[in-house]
Design a protein around this ligand. Structure first.
Ligand SMILES: [Zn+2]
Ligand SMILES: [Zn+2]
Ligand SMILES: [Zn+2]
Length: 347
């Protein structure tokens, strides 16, 4: 993600900041300009420090889960990210609120990134056939609700926001990585498969050449995967073991990783990160001199990103924490990501 600055004092702002830590001006994210705006705290209305326009906060700002802005003269109460919520957790249970907050951080980052990519984000409320919405739900008793996607509805179990539970799940599923942002990116991948691939025969054929047969029985494929596991040589063809279960899961996993890489690449670009390790191997040098969202050639992005991810993993190991990117990306997987990059309407 890019770095934002206070419009009053130029101090850097995180995307989630509600105010500037240096000068105290209020801050919020304006989705139309893809920018954080700041406001004098004492005023009764929010007049932007930088452009003088009037804004109001999204209604969820009052609940402490959103810092996005809406032009003051617009009627809708919710921002572009919050209007996608169909079900929010029961807040009368005090344990739910901190979990919901974590889900909202991940969801807002997702919506930011989809906007950067130029993806259409249609609220299901106004687009029953083609729209997207979120259900944030906690499992009651022995009901069978799962994190997943169906017909534009993305369900995320609230328990995924509990780091202890998530780590247990990660171990149980033998995954190297399990995060909230990862869940959001994966599930929205299924949604965009319906939008981008299923509706276009030419693209569907290209998809099948790369990802295999999407018409294979999905339930059976998953059962087989949970029984037999991934093929021994899965790393040559897939980004994760789970991706080998079915072409749809391969797509959603690869799509999620494409979003991981693009976000890391944008962050590296804004921080001016380049790495020049003191080794003879030249392929370990990387330099982000360009905005990945404006780069047509995914090979260029990948070439610059891979050495940086290696350096970040090494830094994490210095601190005794898990690798930030604990995956090996084969050429087959890069080719799948190139296909995804070509489908993006940005640039
Ligand atoms: Zn400031
Ligand atoms: Zn909002
Ligand atoms: Zn999936």
């Amino acid at each position: 993600m890019k770095i934002f600055e206070c419009g009053n004092c130029s101090h850097p702002l995180y995307f989630e900041n509600g105010s500037c830590e240096k000068c105290g001006h209020l801050s919020g994210y304006d989705d139309a300009s893809l920018n954080m705006l700041t406001f004098e705290a004492a005023r009764s209305s929010l007049i932007s420090d930088s452009n003088g326009n009037a804004f109001k906060y999204c209604q969820n700002h009052g609940l402490g889960v959103c810092n996005w802005l809406i032009p003051a003269d617009e009627e809708q109460p919710f921002c572009k990210a919050c209007e996608l919520n169909r079900t929010i957790p029961d807040l009368s249970d005090s344990e739910n609120f901190p979990k919901w907050q974590k889900l909202e951080v991940a969801k807002h980052r997702l919506v930011y990134q989809l906007t950067k990519l130029g993806m259409e984000i249609l609220p299901q409320e106004d687009n029953p056939e083609t729209g997207l919405c979120f259900d944030f739900i906690s499992r009651q008793g022995d009901d069978q609700i799962m994190t997943g996607h169906a017909n534009g509805v993305i369900t995320i179990l609230l328990s995924e926001a509990d780091s202890v539970h998530r780590e247990q799940m990660r171990k149980q599923m033998s995954e190297p990585y399990r995060t909230l942002i990862g869940h959001f990116r994966h599930e929205v991948g299924h949604y965009y498969w319906d939008r981008l691939i299923a509706t276009n025969e030419k693209i569907l054929n290209e998809f099948r050449n790369l990802f295999g047969n999407d018409q294979e029985d999905y339930g059976e494929a998953l059962n087989n995967y949970y029984k037999a596991g991934a093929p021994a040589d899965w790393q040559q063809n897939y980004i994760s073991q789970y991706a080998s279960a079915h072409a749809w899961e391969d797509w959603a996993e690869t799509w999620a990783h494409y979003l991981h890489i693009m976000d890391m690449a944008e962050t590296a670009y804004y921080y001016g990160i380049s790495v020049k390790p003191k080794v003879r191997e030249k392929s370990l040098q990387g330099d982000f001199g360009f905005d990945p969202y404006r780069q047509k050639d995914f090979d260029e992005i990948y070439k610059s990103w891979a050495p940086i991810s290696f350096a970040i993993n090494s830094l994490n190991r210095s601190m005794g924490v898990p690798d930030a990117y604990p995956f090996v990306v084969s050429q087959t997987v890069v080719d799948k990501m190139k296909f995804i990059h070509r489908l993006m309407p940005h640039r």
